[in-house]
Write a protein that binds this ligand. Structure first.
Ligand code: C2E
Ligand code: MG
Ligand code: MG
Ligand code: MG
Length: 292
């Protein structure tokens, strides 16, 4: 027992636990207020065709504009939002906002310049009965073409309740939207999930992309196998987290068509990201001189 180790030890232990509990409670309270006060915003990261690099879509990524702490990344609040169920409201906002933005962009774009938008879905949103109706309504309200909306779901979200997930994904499919398996390769039993659920796109987790082109290049073989598997299953592939020219080149060599990553653009406000990506497009044979 901590107490037996002396008064001081007990106090340190106790005060650390106490601080943690207090700060978690503060986060929860803050998060509830943030939902009421609409403190969330959506950033976008371009998804590109890799050869030549042209923006074909964007992934919507939520941020919390905290009144005193500034911009907060999802890692710091999405877990709490999931635990408390607040992710249902936050996710609903992200979906509506992303569809509104991209539908407006597409309305003024040429037929070959339209973008798709990917929106992350939390497993907690699966429990929410109105999810399918909510999505149907957002599509109608924003004029977003269903085939240009892709919903990203992780393997772990499906593993939590495969039966429920299967039914839900089928109803989402009936809306005409795309379904992407996010972070592919990080969960367990990836292969059985691919076969059993109606995904049309597979996103290779960035942990596999980061080692591409390094000595040994074990990741190259894994990525190669994933690409072959996807081809056999008639699925598209998006490589996540491309940071270097070498990784980009390796992916193009392996005939991976789509990707996203800091090499091309970090997530940011819609206009800056879309304009910036268009200006920087090139192919890996002729890397632009002003990027490193
Ligand atoms: P994710 O869906 O896998 O999104 C990709 C994450 O990788 C993003 O982090 C993105 O900024 C980051 N990333 C992209 N390219 C690179 C790269 O080249 N290098 C590195 N190191 N990172 C890169 P972000 O925006 O911090 O989001 C983290 C995670 O939070 C997301 O992972 C997703 O699981 C979750 N998330 C974000 N927005 C939402 C949302 O609206 N709803 C839900 N449920 N989850 C969200
Ligand atoms: Mg994602
Ligand atoms: Mg991902
Ligand atoms: Mg991820």
């Amino acid at each position: 027992k901590a107490k037996a180790r002396g008064k001081g030890g007990y106090r340190v232990f106790h005060s650390r636990m106490h601080k943690q509990a207090v700060s978690l409670l503060a986060l929860e309270t803050d998060l509830r207020k943030a939902v009421e006060r609409h403190e969330f915003e959506v950033h976008y990261q371009p998804i590109l065709s890799l050869a030549p690099s042209l923006i074909v879509g964007v992934e919507a990524l939520v941020r919390w504009r905290h009144p005193t702490r500034g911009l907060i990344a999802p890692m710091e609040f999405v877990p709490m939002a999931e635990e408390t169920g607040l992710i249902v409201d936050i996710g609903g906002f992200v979906l509506a906002e992303a569809c509104r933005r991209v539908a407006a962009f597409n309305a003024q774009a040429g037929p070959k310049e339209t973008l798709f938008v990917s929106v992350n879905l939390s497993v907690r949103q699966f429990d929410h009965e109105g999810l399918v109706d909510d999505i149907r309504r957002v599509l109608a309200d924003t004029g977003m073409a269903p085939e240009l909306l892709k919903l990203e779901v992780t393997e772990s979200a499906i593993a939590a309740n495969p039966g429920q997930a299967a039914l839900l994904l089928e109803s989402l499919r009936e809306l005409g939207v795309g379904l992407s398996m996010d972070d592919f390769g990080t969960g367990y039993s990836s292969l059985s999930h691919l076969h059993a659920f109606p995904f049309d796109t597979l996103k290779i987790d960035r942990s596999f992309i980061s080692g591409l082109g390094q000595i040994g290049d074990k990741n190259g073989k894994i990525v190669h196998s994933i690409l072959a598997l996807a081809k056999n299953l008639d699925m598209s592939v998006i490589a996540e987290g491309i940071e270097t020219d070498v990784q980009w080149e390796r992916l193009v060599d392996m005939d991976c068509r789509l990707g996203q990553g800091y090499r091309f653009a970090r997530p940011g406000p819609f206009e800056s990201v879309v304009d910036g990506a268009a200006a920087r497009s090139s192919s890996p044979d002729t890397p632009d001189p002003d990027t490193h």
